[in-house]
Design a protein around this ligand. Structure first.
Ligand code: AMP
Ligand code: GLY
Length: 423
């Protein structure tokens, strides 16, 4: 089978690495890809939302399946575009259509969906210019801290958590007035939940599902989970507090109602559902849906999937995922994200990455790199995801850190405390 992966990050490199292991794969293409994916398939210099350019390469290269990494092309309707095109409609797209993608593209839609399907989640109220007074009233009636969320996609920056009521009211007004552009013309206010977070991944053909290994990601830039939010500084899978009993609750209270809710709404969801949840004293609450895999979680999760991913995705496309097997590795996978100095603020690109060839026993997924002849240069804030699988979390971390120390680029930075909260 010829497969095209859409995206250019560590998640897409990890998907490419896993798909490449399949005997069912013929040719692999990645659009636009990075220096890491170039070693596994052919990179195509196309923007992820340039659907007409994607159409051309799909036809030209006889692509038989498209796997969409990031949310933006999904929310923009890449799956709908394929379905509406006579020449593309028979080519499966892994990822929902724009209706299904609203689970991630609109917080209001997601919360309504959760409530309709009795999925445990924080209490909420939706505010727009027309009902600001009621929004302020809701804020006055919940306890601090106050959680304000832009309804639309805001590049991971649309959530504010605020200690004081006055400040929350002011921020609510600023959001409605365009703080995050049109993404915050509607704001979801939520009750604050206190607990530990975990990412659960579900692969579904719209009817059947498989729960993939769960993972924990580390979002803050600084040691001890301090400082600014990032796209993710590392991930660990499995998550010790996600015991079989906890995962049974997640399946019964969240996964099953999500799949049946999608069917009831006539959403033919074929792809990954990422449940961002919080364990509050052992009880799972759903914080958010994403309609794709997580990054950097994918880099750890793919290492723990032993089954053929092409076979599983074929099951998604054909609606017979129940006939496919998912075998997972019980060992621990970790990924340490190496970032450019200054990230998530201003940082430089184009730094030469050295000594990648000295890495032993880990897989280095490229998150933000590009090739310049034979040279690998940094090309983003998150640069490399040094990933390892071992018998214990400590061993896997030791391996990733040993290899990370061998790599060099100017002003590289990584957190050295991953897993500190899981010991
Ligand atoms: P989201 O984009 O919805 O995942 O929110 C970003 C982050 O804000 C989450 O990963 C949580 O750490 C935090 N968060 C979101 N909603 C809540 C909530 N209701 N209570 C506590 N923390 C939250
Ligand atoms: N790691 C969180 C995300 O991919 O959204």
């Amino acid at each position: 089978m010829n497969i095209l992966i859409i995206g250019s990050g560590g998640r897409e490199h990890a998907l490419a690495w896993k798909l490449k292991q399949s005997s069912k794969l013929d040719n692999l293409y990645i659009a636009p890809g990075n220096a890491g994916t170039a070693a596994l398939g052919e990179n195509l210099a196309i923007d992820t939302t340039d659907f007409s350019a994607i159409r051309e390469v799909v036809i030209q290269n006889r692509i038989q399946m498209v796997v969409v990494g990031p949310e933006i092309p999904l929310v923009a309707g890449i799956h709908d575009f394929f379905l509406a095109d006579g020449q593309l409609s028979g080519i499966p797209v892994i990822g929902p259509d724009s209706h299904g993608a609203r689970l991630e593209g609109s917080k209001e839609f997601a919360k309504e969906f959760m409530v309709k399907n009795n999925i445990p989640t924080a209490k909420y109220f939706t505010v727009h210019q027309g009902n600001l007074d009621e929004g302020i009233e809701f804020l006055k009636n919940v306890k601090a801290p106050y959680v304000l969320k832009a309804d639309g996609l805001a590049a991971g920056k649309g959530v504010l958590i605020i200690e004081h009521l006055d400040e929350a009211i002011q921020s609510l007004q600023e959001m409605l007035n365009g703080l995050f552009g049109s993404a915050s013309s509607t704001v979801v206010i939520e009750e604050f939940l206190s607990g530990v977070e975990c990412s659960v991944f579900v692969l579904t053909d719209g009817t059947h599902y498989k729960i993939l290994p769960e993972a924990k990601d580390y979002k803050r830039i600084g040691e001890g989970d301090t400082g600014l939010n990032t796209g993710g500084m590392g991930a660990i899978s499995p998550v010790p507090f996600a015991t079989p009993e906890f995962m049974r609750k997640v399946e019964e209270r969240m996964v099953i109602p999500t799949i049946s809710g999608l069917r009831r709404e006539n959403i033919d969801f074929k792809g990954f559902i990422f449940l961002g949840l919080m364990s509050c004293e052992g009880e799972p609450y759903l914080i958010e849906y994403n309609v794709r895999m997580g990054d950097p979680e994918t880099e750890a999760v793919m290492m723990r999937i032993q089954s053929d991913l092409v076979d599983l995705l074929e099951g998604v496309a054909q609606g017979n995922l129940d006939k496919r097997t998912l075998v997972t590795d019980s060992r621990t996978a970790v990924t340490v994200m190496v970032v450019a100095g200054g990230y998530p603020g201003n940082y430089e690109k184009g730094k030469k990455i050295k000594y990648l060839e000295t890495v032993e026993g880990s897989v280095v997924f490229h998150a933000g790199t590009k090739l310049d002849g034979e040279m690998v240069l940094t090309n983003g804030g998150r640069v490399l995801a040094v990933s390892s699988l071992a018998g214990s979390m400590d061993e896997a971390l030791a391996l990733s850190y040993k290899n990370t120390e061998k790599i060099f680029f100017e002003k590289m930075y990584y957190r050295t405390d991953l897993g500190f909260d899981l010991k």
